[in-house]
Each structure stands twice: as C-alpha cells, then as structure tokens.
Design a binder for this molecule. Structure first.
Ligand SMILES: Cc1ncc(C[n+]2csc(CCOP(=O)(O)OP(=O)(O)O)c2C)c(N)n1
Ligand SMILES: [Mg+2]
Length: 469
C-alpha cells in the first residue's frame, strides 16, 4: 500500500471503456417488495424513469432450489456492445444508461421502478440518519488525515468521496451478515458499530487490527489487494452449509478487480452458489492507475462471464447504494448465489497520505466529481423535501466537533504496546517457528538494555517477557 508511483502521466481524457455497453436492468416482483411505510419513496419522483433496456436473465446464474425470485436474481448483465476499444467508442454517448441512480447531483429524486421499493420504507428520520452517518464518517476520516500529518499516525487511507457507497451499502446489511473490508472501509465499519478510534491502531502501529471481528461481523482490514474476496467466498460457502440464511459482503476496488484472487473468488462463489455480494467501489483509480487500465468493459459486466448478475450503481447516491445493496443481499440470501455491485464513485483525496495525486490526474477531473459530492447531494434532497431544518444541521456540526475532539484525544493517549506482544495471537495452538522468533527477538531487545544508547531504557521491558528465557 505504500508503494506510490511518482511518475507524472498525462491525465486521461475520459472513461470511454467504462461506458461500453447497455447496462444490467433488473425487474422486481410485488412479492419481493419491501413494505412501503414512509414518505420518502416513489412519491417524490421528479423525473420520469429512463427507458429500461429489457432485462435478460443470466442463464447460468441458476438459483438454488427454493431460491426467492428477487429483483437481482433475474437481472443479468446486458449483452456487451463490444469487448474492444472500438465497441466502447461506439456506445460512449450513452454513459449513464447503465447507472442506477435515485438522486441526481442536484438532490432530485429520480424514479426507478425496479429499485424504488427497496427504499420505500425510508422516513425523514432514517434519511437524516444516513446524512448523519456520512457527515460523521467524513469528519472522522478528515481527523485521521490530520493526525497523520501531525505524526500521530504512520499512514492513512482516506475514504473522502466514497461516503455514500459505504454508508448506503453498510446500512443495507443485517446484523447477522458478515463483511470483509479492504483498508478504506471506514464508513462500513461505522455502520457495523466498530468504534472509529479502533480503526486507527493499525495505522498508528500499536496493533494489527484493533477490533474483534466477531463482535461486529466486520473482519479486520486487509491490505493484500483482493485477497479478502477469497476469504469472503470461503466464509459464505460455510454460511450456506450452516443454513444460516445470512449473506457475506466482500468490498474491493477497481484495481483489485485485476487480481487473480478476485477471478478465483468469482469462479468459486458462482459454482458453489455462495451467498456473497461482491461490492466493488470503482473510485476510478488504483493508486496512479486509472480504471481503463484494468478493463475493457464496465466492471459490473465481468460478473456475466462467471455466471452471476452484476449491476452498476451511482456510488455517490446513498439511496441508490442502499437500494441496490438491499436487492443484492436479498438475491444472495435467497440462495441465488453471488452478485456483483459496482459502485461508480471517485476517490477525492490521495490514495493514502504517502501519495500525491497531482502527479497523475488533473484538477479538472477532481472538481467535476466534487460537484457530485455525495453528502451535498443528500443535503439538497433533505432541504428540497423539508426533511431537515437548520437546527438539525447545527446540532450535527456540534456532534461532529465532539467526535473530532474525542478521536484526537483518544489516539494521542493510545499506549505503546509491549514489543513482545507482536508474537501473541499468531497461532491458536502455538507454533515452534513463532517460539523461535520470539526467543530471538527477546534476545535482540535484551541486547539494548545495558547498551550505551539505552541505559535501562524502555526496550528493556521486552527482555522480561517469557520468550527471553
Ligand atoms: C497483492 C498486492 N499487490 C499490490 C499492492 C499495492 N497496492 C496497495 S493499494 C493498491 C491499489 C488498489 O486499488 P483499488 O483496488 O482500486 O483500491 P483503492 O485503493 O482505490 O480503494 C495497490 C496496487 C498490495 N497491497 N497488494
Ligand atoms: Mg480504486
């Protein structure tokens, strides 16, 4: 994660390869619809729905016996217009046809008959809740970036710009679902109830994770790109064998989609009908590599080749992300196998605090995405509909300040670990090799104890550990 390219490249001109084909369309039966209990659903539509391309069933995505006929289950990815650059260019004028969007950047509600029911239960209160989640996540994230700048963290991977993708999908989860994140899923962690301060331990170098994955069904952050999709697939196969009736979500990025692990996870999950939703945040960049270096077709269309459905959602639209993830989870929980969601979004900040994006992308590009800011979009909707007043926004500002203070103070007070603790929790039943390494490290630590540079200093503490015997 720390290897950042500093080679200046000409900023790319567009996303031709990304708009290559007619998108996946899903249909929805009344039977699968969530109950409409709130005012925030289809009633507030400002625009007619776009003409939907006819849904094609993905032949090979065979629902298991007893599978529910969910919207997603029948939403096969559309026929690719072409898998080469020529095909991509031919359809470049219709880039948005394939994007599921419920809120425009101006905060207008757009009708999507195939997905409206999935957010029909939202009330003004739950909508304000989504807004609060995004604001507080952004505040926490900004605070972490500043803490790195002050030397309190070694590194930070910001989620700036991806709040809607993470909060929308995170709030679609049930408690019994299980999540395998990358290293940028701070918003999903928030939704799972992981204390945000605990996310910082690894980046401060005081632990290897900082939370118990079983407490919140939220696995530890994974840095090895794409590997968690395999972990998620195996876990989902277990969930299915247990008959648990829950689903698993694997988060990964556009760059990770090129990894062999992801290809294997797609194959295995498909042939074993595993209840796993692959949630790809296409934030347009893999460090300094643009998405067009990863694929010749829109990423969600990859699913078709493996025999399961894929859909592309506006990743800066929290309502659409919630709706699409709910539909995908319904599909997978119902026994119809995996589903791929591509959240089309943008990494507004640097890859990590050790990266300088001005070396490889243009300011114009960033500004174009700032105009599609996910938080501003929901705020506009809340204001347009009269769902939130000034007192709400002012109260949230106070809450945000308090969170920032809490994060700063708690991180600075994090104790340094005992150096020998690095050998704890490696193997449940111990390991001869780890014992050997513990012993060697203890001896190394002890060698400093009486040295001229460290007369009886802190490192002597490690020498007292049992491995030093
Ligand atoms: C297996 C592996 N290869 C390379 C890296 C170095 N690396 C860290 S982040 C990254 C880019 C990942 O891009 P993407 O999947 O789009 O996720 P994003 O960072 O944009 O969220 C790379 C190549 C790594 N951590 N693991
Ligand atoms: Mg990326």
């Amino acid at each position: 994660m720390t290897v950042e390219s500093t080679t200046a490249r000409k900023p790319r001109s567009g996303q031709a390869a990304q708009s290559a084909a007619t998108g996946a369309r899903t249909t929805r039966t009344a039977a699968a619809a969530a109950p409409a209990t709130g005012a925030a659903g289809a009633a507030n539509t400002a625009k007619a729905a776009r003409t939907a391309a006819p849904a094609k069933s993905a032949k090979s995505a065979r629902p298991a016996k007893g599978a529910k006929g969910s919207a997603a289950a029948r939403g096969g990815a559309g026929e690719p217009a072409g898998t080469d650059a020529r095909g991509a260019a031919q359809t470049a004028e219709r880039p948005d046809d394939e994007l599921v969007q419920l809120l425009t950047p101006e905060g207008e509600r757009v009708a999507r008959p195939d997905y409206d029911d999935y957010v029909a239960d939202l009330t003004p209160e739950t909508l304000r809740g989504l807004y609060r989640d995004m604001v507080l996540t952004r505040r926490f994230d900004g605070e972490a970036t500043q803490l790195q700048r002050q030397g309190e963290l070694g590194l930070w991977a910001s989620l700036l710009g991806q709040e809607a993708a993470q909060i929308g999908s995170g709030r679609a989860l049930r408690d019994d679902d299980y999540v395998f994140p990358t290293y940028r899923e701070h918003g999903v962690a928030w939704c799972r109830g992981v204390d945000p301060v605990n996310l910082l331990g690894m980046f401060r170098g005081v632990n290897h994770g900082g939370w118990d994955p079983n407490s919140n069904n939220f696995h530890l952050y994974t840095i090895v790109i794409g590997s968690q999709t395999l972990h998620a697939t195996g876990y989902a196969m277990g969930v299915a064998k247990d008959g648990a009736g829950s689903a698993v979500v694997a988060y990964f990025g556009d760059g990770a989609s090129s990894q062999g692990d992801v290809a294997e996870a797609f194959t295995f999950s498909a042939v074993y009908n595993a209840p796993v939703v692959f949630f790809c945040q296409n934030n347009q960049w893999a460090i300094s590599e643009p998405t067009e270096r990863q694929t010749r077709v829109p990423l969600y269309q990859r699913a078709r080749g493996y025999g399961f459905p894929g859909v592309r959602v506006d990743g800066n639209d929290v309502l659409a992300c919630l709706a699409v993830t709910r539909a995908a989870l319904e599909h997978s929980r119902g026994g119809a196998g995996p589903m791929l969601v591509e959240a089309f979004t943008y990494r507004m900040g640097a890859h990590t605090t050790s990266d300088d994006p001005t070396k490889y992308r243009s300011e114009d590009e960033r500004e174009a995405w700032v105009a599609k800011d996910p938080i501003l979009r929901l705020r506009r909707y809340l204001e347009r509909e009269g769902y939130a007043d000034e007192a709400f926004f002012a109260g949230l500002e106070d809450e945000s300040e308090a969170l920032g203070r809490h994060v700063r103070e708690t991180v600075r007070a994090m104790p340094d670990p005992d150096p020998m603790a690095i050998f704890d929790n490696v193997y449940a039943d111990g390991s001869a090799q780890v014992d050997e390494e513990r012993k060697a490290f203890a001896a190394y630590q002890a060698s400093f104890a009486d040295g001229p540079d460290d007369p009886g200093g802190a490192s002597a503490a490690g020498a007292g550990a049992e491995g030093g015997k």
